[in-house]
Design a binder for this molecule. Structure first.
Ligand code: ATP
Ligand code: MG
Length: 397
């Protein structure tokens, strides 16, 4: 293992937190880093300093893995040195020799913490001087440089790097509670689940299988979405509950006003998700709903959907534009170019954009709602998506 090359991980918002919370978050983050490295069978060692984590090992392999871990703002492939300016300068020069050409706009970014004998500015000056001797004629430009070298002098040593690879930001997975995510075959819900995961929430997926009412591709697409989401929490696994929606569609289309089908359906899904959440001690329900996107997603209808359950309904996509959602979906890997048959046969010709709470409740009384919910929850199949694979729980026990 190369001992002087490492991946430095930068943590963002964690530093707003109180000491005990910070400790807990760092613990979760290092646990997640370890799980990611072990899943990929990477040889590594980890050192933690105030505000920084250094991962030693093959940095070219480690950096892209670390950049996918939630709670990390950015990662840099760096070299560690002593904190003597001449050592840091020598290493900075080694970086610059690969990329800095005469005439280029250049900046040295120096920082210093608990090291005395020079200021950050003096350190930057010293380093620029050493580089100038070998690669003269660069133009110092602190506002708009074409090339930058970063040097950090810390009590434990020096760190030098010249690139910051953006991470995902957010909070370490596992630090913000647990929720059931209503996951469909579509584009929106996997993005919603991913955004919650990025914010530290551990999710369990709930997919409602519409059977003959749903397009033939929906079940496998939904499973595929969860499978891909699982690559964002290496080593952990995401439970996926698949519940039967067909009996509900049969009962509802036979007895209730079809005009409100999508509302009945969404309210039913919420309740089944709540039933599964209760059994598994989950604290909220995540949905991919988005203001104004379809008829059931008017503010008024979303209000009627929300009142079907007691748990908080989390709608991280509420204010996103479709293009933004698609862009995230492509980036995280859940976008399907040609999804196939996903048409819902229960959707009425003119779905209601407005409804009343009382009217909906009166309609719902025409079916045995409690029984439908109970049976859907009890008969739900449990699947586990882990590291890009998906398998049915019962089969492995
Ligand atoms: P998506 O692209 O996520 O399917 P959408 O814009 O198509 O969303 P709807 O079909 O009205 O909108 O669904 C709204 C939300 O309800 C979805 O984002 C998802 O959270 C949930 N949902 C829809 N269909 C299902 C399903 N079959 N199983 C589980 N959840 C579902
Ligand atoms: Mg949909």
């Amino acid at each position: 293992m190369e001992q002087n090359r490492a991946v430095m991980v930068r943590i963002g918002e964690l530093w707003l937190k109180s000491e005990p919370v910070k400790k807990q978050f760092m613990l979760a983050l290092t646990r997640n880093i370890k799980a990611a490295m072990e899943t990929q069978e990477i040889e590594y060692s980890l050192e933690e300093y105030r505000g920084r984590i250094l991962i030693f090992g093959d940095p070219e392999k480690i950096a892209p893995i670390a950049a996918r871990i939630f709670g990390i703002v950015d990662v840099s492939i760096c070299e560690t040195t002593t904190n003597l300016p001449e050592d840091m300068a020598k290493t900075a020069l080694k970086f610059a020799e690969k990329k800095l050409k005469p005439g280029m706009r250049f900046a040295v970014r120096a920082r210093r913490q608990h090291v005395s004998g020079f200021t950050s500015q003096q350190l930057a000056g010293m380093i620029a001087d050493v580089i100038w001797e070998k690669i003269p004629d660069f133009v110092v430009d602190l506002d708009n440089p074409e090339y930058e070298v970063f040097v950090e002098a810390r009590e434990y040593g020096g760190i030098v790097y010249d690139e910051r690879i953006p991470g995902q930001g957010g909070l370490p997975l596992g630090t913000a509670g647990r929720a059931a995510a209503l996951l469909s075959s579509g584009i929106d819900s996997p993005v919603a689940a991913w955004l919650m995961m990025r914010r530290g929430v551990t999710i369990s997926g709930v997919f409602m299988d519409g059977g003959r009412w749903a397009g033939s591709a929906t079940r496998s697409l939904a499973m595929d979405n969860v499978r891909i989401l699982s690559t964002w929490c290496p080593g952990r696994g995401i439970p996926l509950w698949i519940a039967d929606l067909e009996p509900f569609f049969d009962a509802m289309t036979a007895s209730c006003d079809r005009h409100y089908t999508c509302l009945f359906c969404k309210r039913f899904m919420m309740r089944v998700a709540e039933g599964i959440a209760e059994q598994n001690k989950l604290e909220g329900i995540v949905s991919g709903e988005n203001l104004g996107q379809v008829a059931s997603q008017t503010l008024q209808n979303m209000g009627v959907i929300t009142t079907s359950v007691k748990l908080p309904v989390l709608r991280p996509l509420l204010t996103y534009d479709k293009e933004e959602i698609v862009a995230i979906s492509r980036r995280i890997g859940t976008y399907h170019e040609s999804p196939g048959d996903t048409e819902c046969l229960a959707v009425p010709k003119k779905p209601a954009t407005r409804s009343g709470q009382e009217l909906i409740e009166a309609e719902e009384k025409k079916v045995d709602m409690d029984k439908l919910i109970r049976e859907a929850v009890q008969s739900a199949e449990l699947w586990i998506a882990k590291d890009g694979d998906i398998f049915q729980k019962a089969l492995t026990e």
